[in-house]
Each structure stands twice: as structure tokens, then as C-alpha cells.
Design a protein around this ligand. Structure first.
Ligand code: CP
Length: 336
């Protein structure tokens, strides 16, 4: 039996920096327990009778499916509300919609652009709100990533975790702050023009000072990946930035994760992670368009690395569900 952390009850989950190291590690421990329970068919209906609103202003495969399956496994009813289904901020203020949803639902997931929106939902709904990705943070992704690291190495403290690519997107922000929180040797390796914002780096540095972690921001690939246990990357162009392909390809081509970069780690046990979706072949419309315009058949990661034994991306995707389940159970569930 895993002891509950009472401080998590009724809390929203908006970004890593809102939690202590102990609380954040608890979500991962609980996810491991829930993963085992699912594997062995042990019921874990900690949200029996609850109703959960799933608000998606942007498309999603993993986050939507993870929240939906997690709700059902926990005994809750998930209600999907897409961008054209409700009036959030269009014909009704976010404050009023939050109030209405909070009077009907027990918990709310939100995926959208402005982080302010998820904060407003949390402030005005009166129920736990979970961030399914905003333009600043992707904290449910971080939990799944760290669970995958723990499954592969057995620990998180001191893990050399390198994020390579667009160093100032939501995933990079979350990994930098989350890694520092749990005591990793966390590194962002990107062109200087894509370094994370100063305030994000300062938050990470302050957390690392408490956790025994380390923060490095570098544009030098050799320095960034030396000894790496984990190389992580994300798409070079995020949703809503589609006009930036030419500029990003030029900036980020030296940061492509390929076998040469894997060898530079000097660590034969290193793992490759990606939050997905990934552009590693020509099997997507985007991939084909980029190939036709720029002659590039693979972007942030080569097909060789993506399909190699180093790659744990599909375990990582599955772990979205187990960790999201842990977040909902710990903040809203009956865990007695
Ligand atoms: N990684 C991730 O958030 O995937 P989706 O966009 O499919 O939810």
C-alpha cells in the first residue's frame, strides 16, 4: 500500500514548479503501482462516480487517449469538449465557463495555447484542473518521461538527461524545471537563439540547488551529450508556428538526433525519448511536404535512431496513461 500525500488532495496540476520533490516523485511511484494493477487486472476505481471534463482547443492523440482511458479505468466518466463545442473565452468569459463546469464536473483537463487560460480555470472552477499542454508547460508529459527513465535505470537522481533541439518550447521548459526538481543533471542543448527564457533557467537553477541536481544550457553538441543517459528531442516547429520551417531547419539541423550523436554520448546504455508525434520518415503529410520543399527526409530524429534498441518512445507514450491516472487519483481520488 502506497501512503497518500494529503497535501495533493484537491490540488490542480499546472506546472512542475508548483510541487515539492517529494510530491512529484509520489506521482511517479503511484503511477508504477497503478501500472502494475492494470497489468494484473486489479481494480483501482478511485474516481468511481466522478465526471471529468476534457477540454481540447488543440488536437491530441496521446493526451486525449490517456485521459480518456485513465478516467474509465478509475471509474469516472470522461466528457470530451473540443474547441468548437463550448464558448470558452469566445461568447462566455473563461471565469464564467470555469464556474459552470466546476458546478457540474469533479475535475477538468485543459489543452490549449495560453497558459493563463488553464490558470483561470483552476482559479474559478473550484475543482482540480490538470494541464494537458499549454504554450509554456507540458507537465503530464514530464511525469511519463521520468517514469520511463525510472523503469530503464531504476533511479532519477543524477541521471544525465539531455534535451536537444528547440530549447524554449513547452516540453523543454517542463523537462528543465522537472529535471532540476527531482535532482537530475539536466541539460538543454540548442542554438543560442532558442535557449530557454531566463526566468525558466533561474527557476530550474534554484530547484537544482535544493535537490542536488545540475543545470546546463549549451549550444555545443559534444559538451551537451557527453555521458548522456537520455537524449530527448521534440519537433522543430510547434503547433501554431508552421511558417517557421525554413528557419528552424537551418538552425536545428546540427541538433538532429542521429547515430553519430548517440555515439558521442559514449554510453551504450543510453535511451532515446521523444514526446511524439515525430518526423522520422516520409509516412506523414507534413513529412512529405517538407521533403518536397527542402529535400529533408528526416527532421529532429533519424529513422535509424527512432527504430533502434535505444528508443523507448512507445513505452513512454503508454506511460502517459499511467501517470495521468496517478495525477487524477492523487488529486481527486478516494485513495484509502
Ligand atoms: N505528446 C503529446 O502531448 O502528444 P499528443 O499531442 O498526441 O497529445
Amino acid at each position: 500500500m502506497l501512503a497518500t500525500i494529503p497535501s495533493l488532495q484537491g490540488r490542480s496540476f499546472l506546472s512542475e514548479k508548483d510541487f515539492t520533490k517529494e510530491e512529484f516523485l509520489y506521482f511517479i511511484e503511484l503511477a508504477m503501482k497503478l501500472k502494475d494493477e492494470k497489468k494484473y487486472g486489479i481494480p483501482h476505481r478511485h474516481l468511481a462516480g466522478k465526471n471529468i471534463a476534457l477540454l481540447f482547443e488543440k488536437p491530441s492523440t496521446r493526451t486525449r487517449c490517456a485521459f480518456t482511458v485513465a478516467c474509465i479505468d478509475l471509474g469516472a466518466h470522461p466528457e470530451y469538449l473540443g474547441k468548437d463545442d463550448i464558448q470558452l473565452g469566445k461568447k462566455e468569459s473563461i471565469e464564467d465557463t470555469a464556474n459552470v463546469l466546476g458546478h457540474m464536473f469533479d475535475g477538468i483537463e485543459f489543452r490549449g495555447f495560453e497558459h493563463k487560460k488553464v490558470e483561470m480555470l483552476a482559479k474559478h472552477s473550484g475543482v482540480p484542473v490538470w494541464n494537458g499542454l499549454t504554450d509554456q508547460w507540458h507537465p503530464t508529459q514530464t511525469l511519463a518521461d521520468f517514469l520511463t527513465v525510472k523503469e530503464n535505470f531504476g533511479y532519477l537522481q543524477g541521471i544525465k538527461f539531455v534535451y536537444v533541439g528547440d530549447g524554449r518550447n513547452n516540453v523543454a521548459n517542463s523537462l528543465l524545471v522537472g529535471g532540476a526538481l527531482v535532482g537530475m543533471d539536466v541539460r538543454i542543448c540548442s542554438p543560442e537563439s532558442l535557449f530557454p527564457a531566463e526566468e525558466v533557467v533561474e527557476t530550474a537553477q534554484s530547484l537544482a540547488a535544493q535537490s542536488g541536481g545540475k543545470v546546463t544550457i549549451t549550444s555545443n553538441v559534444e559538451e551537451g551529450v557527453a555521458g548522456a543517459d537520455v537524449i530527448y528531442t521534440d519537433v522543430w516547429v510547434s503547433m501554431g508556428e508552421e511558417d517557421k520551417f525554413a528557419e528552424r531547419i537551418e538552425l536545428l539541423s546540427p541538433y538532429q538526433v542521429n547515430m553519430d550523436m548517440v555515439r558521442k554520448t559514449g554510453n551504450k546504455n543510453m535511451i532515446f525519448l521523444h514526446c511524439l508525434p515525430a518526423f522520422h520518415d516520409l509516412e506523414t503529410k507534413y513529412g512529405k511536404d517538407i521533403y518536397e520543399k527542402y529535400g529533408l527526409g528526416e527532421m529532429e530524429v533519424t529513422d535509424e535512431v527512432f527504430r533502434s534498441a535505444h528508443s523507448k518512445v512507445f513505452d513512454q507514450a503508454e506511460n502517459r496513461m499511467h501517470t495521468i491516472k496517478a495525477v487524477m487519483a492523487a488529486t481527486l481520488g478516494n485513495m484509502k
